[in-house]
Write a protein that binds this ligand. Structure first.
Ligand code: ASP
Length: 429
């Protein structure tokens, strides 16, 4: 019997962790297998996003619908992100992980990681202000945006181009749409192909991370890490299922089963952007989200919607403040909600970026930036968890928006032939 793909990936993950613990740092020699996997899916992201957004908008043919989908999507993203930060803040205020940190551990962490923290703070120095960030969404040279994989610019250009196509004469539109369709189909085929090696890629990535950092690092900051992880579980296990059930009319178990491959890939790669082709595939094939909705909601979500990151920033801010003996007032905490929401919009879905924008949040409420050194050691592991939540949030939005637009197909749990519909290892490529 052949296992389903998500079971294979899960197996890769568990065996990778075991191999990492048993072998330790030398296991890093197999990391190139994981890197190859990451590069292969990343390779698909730009053409897929460009072609699918273009197609989605061009085939909508109805700009009012686009506007409606846009407002619903952004509204959902802002609402869930604010809830996520609030969960992070409330939990950290109740548990007070920072007040329990042993002073000797604090000094050790501050010395060990101060160099790395400096690097993050310096990187923040290059971050432009709000107006510049917004202006930066408009590309001056779309080819350059594609080449540099600047996702917000790619999305912007594809959207505008799609809108323009709806206004043009059919004879100009047909060849462009046919090309975009061809590229789109080819990219989807490529995703299927690359997913064949996902279990091996995931095994190598997890083994290398566990081998390098060791699970033990979690012990030093156990209470803080637990606050973040419990917060993520609450957000992912309560807020999304509720939204999917009551706003999307979908059984949450069906939802989680459908997006499991995307969650596992997000967990192992720590990048919503890299995971995007898998997320789109799962949403469309396993959850029945219409192409138009998925092509708009998911690429946008991978770039601007990061609930897990925002939750972690709320908890981390309170934690660092507590270690330094600084209690944040309610107003300051509301400021955290606002800045962390904006920071998570401005951050790209790549590994470790939440750590950099955390500095922005800390600076806004006057907490010493060096405090980042305290939590750097566990960042990689928490990044994995928060990225899985980020991707889940994007997918839940796709379900909710698709349902509200009548664009959610009912996928039978088992296809008529008795076989699982998609993502089985038998999926033909
Ligand atoms: N790695 C996260 C993502 O790609 C962002 C972060 O929290 O660092 O979604």
């Amino acid at each position: 019997m052949r296992l389903k793909l998500h079971t294979q990936i899960l197996l890769g993950l568990v065996l990778g962790a075991v191999a990492g613990v048993l072998i330790g740092p030398p296991i890093a020699v197999i990391k190139p297998i994981g890197d190859a996997f990451i590069k292969l899916i990343t390779m698909i992201v730009v053409p897929l996003v460009f072609a699918s957004i273009l197609l989605g908008v061009a085939s909508l043919g109805d700009l009012a619908k686009l506007g409606r989908i846009g407002i619903k999507t952004i509204g959902y993203y802002l609402a869930t992100t604010s809830i996520a930060i609030t969960i992070g803040l409330v939990l950290a205020n109740i548990v007070k992980p920072g007040s329990r940190l042993d002073p000797t551990i604090k000094d050790r962490l501050l010395t060990d990681f101060s160099g790395a923290a400096e690097v993050n703070i310096e990187r923040l120095g290059d971050k432009p202000g709000v107006i510049d960030t917004l202006l930066d969404i408009i590309p001056t040279n779309p080819v350059e945006s594609l080449a540099q994989a600047n996702m917000l610019q790619v999305i912007f250009f594809a959207l505008i181009l799609g809108v323009v196509l709806t206004q043009l004469d059919k004879k100009h539109v047909t060849p462009i749409v046919a090309l975009a369709e061809g590229i789109n189909e080819a990219m989807i085929k490529l995703v299927h192909l690359v997913m064949k090696i996902a279990p091996y890629g995931v095994f190598a990535l997890i083994a290398a991370i566990v081998g390098q950092y060791g699970i033990g690092i979690l012990q030093t900051l156990f209470v803080y890490s637990a606050v973040v992880v419990v917060g993520l579980i609450i957000h992912g296990g309560v807020i999304y299922p509720t939204a999917v059930r009551f706003l999307g009319g979908m059984n949450p178990i069906h939802f989680f089963k459908g997006i499991a491959p995307a969650q596992l890939v997000a967990f192992s790669t720590s990048s919503s952007n890299v995971t995007l082709p898998v997320t789109m595939e799962c949403a469309e094939e396993n959850l029945g989200v219409g192409d138009e909705v998925s092509a708009f909601v998911l690429p946008l979500g991978a770039t601007i919607n990061m609930d897990g990151t925002a939750l972690y920033q709320g908890a981390a801010t309170i934690f660092i403040g507590q270690v330094y003996g600084l209690e944040l007032s309610i107003t300051q905490q509301l400021l955290v909600v606002l800045t962390a929401t904006l920071a998570s919009i401005g951050a790209a879905g790549v590994p470790g970026v939440g750590m950099i924008t955390l500095a922005l949040v800390l600076r806004t409420v006057g907490i010493p930036l060096e405090g980042i050194a305290l939590i750097l050691g566990v960042d990689r592991i928490l990044d994995m968890c928060r990225t899985a939540v980020n991707v889940t949030g994007d997918s839940s939005c796709a379900v909710v928006v698709a349902a509200s637009e009548g664009d959610l197909a009912t996928i039978p749990p088992v296809a008529p032939g008795g076989e699982e519909p998609v993502w089985t290892s038998e999926t033909k490529v």
